[in-house]
Design a protein around this ligand. Structure first.
Ligand code: HEC
Ligand code: HEC
Ligand code: HEC
Ligand code: HEC
Ligand code: HEC
Length: 383
């Protein structure tokens, strides 16, 4: 295994009438395997089985997956809208554009084409986004970004059970790729056509965390429990399929409240924070305190992935002995927005610390994922 040097793990925020933010955030450049998406046999979406077919024998896996963001990947209204905006502004700037990871079956079968998308008219398998039969017919990784997965319709479903009992519907095959982070990495690393690492979760994990803990994506995002893998099957070590991260569905969706509760629980223990402050203050003199946030639980940055869509900020309120607020930062405006450039109101929070990334065009103006030339990313590095 290759060793990587750990990047800085600390970010300090010091208040001395104003904030200084110190954060070292060198990025590791990934070398991608420039392999191609090799769909050697043309297929139809209907050559795959819908999750509904798996449900009868794998009800627990179905229930968990059906509330996951993987099941939401095509139904997600923000994906649909951003895809529409993207298509009005660029021509194929990301290879295959928005579907290689959100619906690989829809894209490669031709079910999802360039142009307006009627989700209801799609084949159920394309509409399932990142579904059972896609994930369990992956045979290899061709490239560690932009959905470089090899898969084709097959009666053989692959996983990490070495001695699967037989069933009348499919054959089973052990494949150790399914326990590796590379399996997740090709979809969880997004580069645009300028080579800008827009989403770099796998890259961050490879550069930082793995060298320390050896923990893979599924160790943290597919927690283990004991039970039958299929109805009437023997008890096994199973893996949760709700893939809890930071998101939950914006529209009515199965298990939404449960998913939201799991997300909140995860976020409440995602970082360690310590503060130290002077216990007394003297009128007319500076008052200072330190806040230290350590990312010691994720082994990728926080926030990660679409870090340009994620806001994580420090909320600070300093009161005097009579409980009057003498300083605050990270408070919300009347629209519940941070008082930064997204606020509709003129007031600005000049002390705000927000770990959200920003994408820029070559001319320095703000960009979207398809036209970004650089990324400024203050998210907190793991270590
Ligand atoms: C490399 C694979 C890949 C490609 C290509 C891709 N996405 Fe995604 N997308 C992801 C992954 C993985 C996530 C989840 C990341 C996270 O939550 O941090 C995601 C999440 C999203 C979200 C939800 C994020 C949020 O804040 O709610 C939207 C919206 C989205 N993508 C839109 C798009 C659009 C539009 C395109 C095309 C311009 C696109 N994606 C292309 C992999 C991809
Ligand atoms: C008729 C029942 C039945 C149906 C339908 C079914 N399975 Fe299975 N599946 C089983 C049984 C039984 C096992 C073996 C469980 C064991 O050995 O503990 C299994 C095992 C698996 C495994 C583990 C393979 C391994 O070796 O690690 C995967 C993955 C899987 N099924 C996926 C699917 C998917 C995806 C679908 C839907 C396209 C599906 N199954 C539909 C009964 C079924
Ligand atoms: C040691 C445990 C751990 C490991 C290993 C890990 N994660 Fe995470 N992951 C977390 C925690 C905790 C969060 C919530 C905090 C955050 O947003 O980063 C998270 C968040 C995420 C998110 C949502 C990020 C966002 O802010 O939008 C995605 C997507 C994700 N992880 C994917 C992965 C992938 C892919 C891998 C492997 C390359 C991986 N994780 C490895 C613990 C882990
Ligand atoms: C994002 C990809 C992905 C999706 C979607 C997905 N799986 Fe899995 N599944 C995996 C991986 C990876 C493992 C093995 C995890 C490990 O060993 O670390 C697994 C394991 C399994 C197993 C073996 C038992 C276990 O829990 O380890 C079964 C059965 C299974 N999945 C069925 C399904 C069914 C049914 C669906 C849809 C309802 C589904 N999976 C959706 C990736 C996926
Ligand atoms: C075929 C591409 C693909 C593969 C393979 C894949 N993912 Fe994803 N994943 C996505 C997309 C796309 C989304 C976001 C969907 C959305 O929000 O619209 C996502 C979302 C997630 C989220 C939720 C992110 C959030 O912000 O809440 C987690 C966690 C996650 N994936 C973990 C994994 C892990 C762990 C693996 C490997 C076992 C994996 N994924 C394999 C495409 C993939």
């Amino acid at each position: 295994m290759k060793k990587y040097i750990l990047m800085s793990k600390k970010i300090s925020v010091i208040l001395i009438a104003f904030f200084l933010i110190g954060c070292s955030n060198d990025k590791t450049t990934l070398t991608d395997n420039p392999g191609t998406d090799s769909t050697t046999v043309p297929f139809l979406a209907s050559d795959f089985s819908s999750a509904e077919t798996c449900k009868s024998c794998h009800p627990q896996h179905f229930d968990e997956w059906s509330g996951s963001m993987h099941a939401y990947a095509v139904k997600n209204p923000t994906w649909l809208r951003l895809r529409e905006i993207g298509q009005s502004q660029y021509i194929n700037a990301l290879d295959g554009a928005c579907s290689p990871c959100h619906s690989p079956i829809g894209l490669r079968s031709g079910d999802i084409k360039w142009g307006p998308l009627d989700v209801e008219a799609l084949d159920p398998v394309s509409r399932e986004g990142v579904g059972c039969d896609l994930c369990h017919t992956i045979t290899g990784i061709t490239r560690l970004s932009n959905g470089g997965i090899d898969f084709a319709p097959s009666d053989t479903k692959q996983g990490t059970i070495k001695d699967p009992v037989s069933n009348p519907f499919h054959t089973s095959k052990y494949n150790d790729l399914y326990a590796e982070s590379e399996y997740c990495g090709s979809c969880h690393n997004l580069k645009n056509s300028d080579g800008v690492a827009i989403e770099n979760i796998f890259g961050e994990w490879r550069a930082g965390g793995f060298a320390v803990t050896g923990k893979t994506c599924s160790d943290c995002h597919m927690e283990t429990y004991t039970g039958p893998a299929a109805v009437d099957g023997p008890d096994r070590t199973l893996h949760r399929h709700d893939f809890v991260g930071v998101d939950f569905a914006l529209t009515p969706f199965p298990n939404r409240d449960k998913q939201m509760a799991r997300v909140i629980e995860r976020l409440q223990s995602a970082l360690s924070m310590t503060t130290s402050a002077q216990t007394t203050a003297t009128a007319g003199q500076n008052y200072s305190f330190d806040v230290q946030i350590i990312n010691d639980k994720t082994w990728h940055n926080v926030p990660a992935g679409t870090s340009f869509n994620r806001q994580m900020w420090l909320s600070i309120i300093v009161k005097d002995s009579a409980q009057n607020v003498i300083f605050s930062s990270g408070q919300l405006d009347a629209n519940d927005d941070l008082m930064d450039r997204y606020s509709e109101f003129p007031e600005r929070d000049s002390s705000l610390f927000n770990a959200q990334a920003t994408l820029f065009k070559a001319d320095g103006t703000e960009a979207s994922l398809w036209d970004a030339a650089t990324i400024s990313n203050p998210s907190i590095v793991s270590g």
